[in-house]
Write a protein that binds this ligand. Structure first.
Ligand code: SF4
Length: 178
């Protein structure tokens, strides 16, 4: 097990006095940086910066940052949910570390594409087959890692082969864990 113990802090961010959102930090005694490439390979939409090192991830509107000695989450609706989220992230790190033999680590510093970069490569027909009202809405969600390329069926038609390849190169499509 990579993380065996940690101290937990829950607070309302000082820059937002009276805000109804909570942040929580798990302060670790173990350096967890070695798990970052495995999380980078498996968390959809994660943004890894090996130079810091840090890995950012957004899950259900929560902003999450993994650093060598801490895991932080912000924008959580209440104190209990913040605690639960951090506990879940600790489990995620331990589970990923235990599975590392099955995962090809990804050391690339992915940059999340902008919605406009994504939009320009979509068919642009607003056909709604993806369940979104417009291609731009789909682009917004795809850039944020909230939908998958496979949900845009028209993109898999032969005339879009080149665009599909470009999108596959810039959109992080790894399956989400947990
Ligand atoms: S299925 Fe594709 S082409 Fe149709 S609206 Fe969605 S993103 Fe646009």
């Amino acid at each position: 097990m990579l993380i065996e113990k940690y101290d937990l802090e829950v607070f309302t961010p000082p820059c937002e006095p009276g805000a109804e959102r909570f942040s929580a930090i798990a302060r670790l005694v173990t350096d967890i940086r070695e798990v970052f490439p495995y999380l980078n390979a498996t968390l959809r939409g994660a943004v890894y910066n090996a130079n810091v090192p840090a890995l950012r991830w957004t899950k259900a509107g929560h902003y999450i940052t993994f650093q060598p000695y801490q895991i932080a989450v912000s924008n959580v609706v209440d104190r209990d949910a913040a605690i639960k989220e951090v506990e879940g992230l600790v489990k995620l790190v331990n589970r990923t570390w235990e599975r590392r033999g099955e995962i090809k680590p990804d050391y690339e510093a992915h940059r999340r594409p902008t919605p406009m970069e994504v939009y320009k490569l979509l068919p642009g027909t607003n056909c709604k087959q993806c369940g979104q009202p417009t291609c731009f809405t789909f682009a917004l969600k795809l850039a944020a890692g909230q939908v998958r390329l496979e949900e845009c069926l028209p993109l898999f038609a032969p005339q879009y082969t080149d665009r599909l390849a470009q999108l596959q190169a810039i959109v992080i499509e790894a399956p989400a864990i947990g």
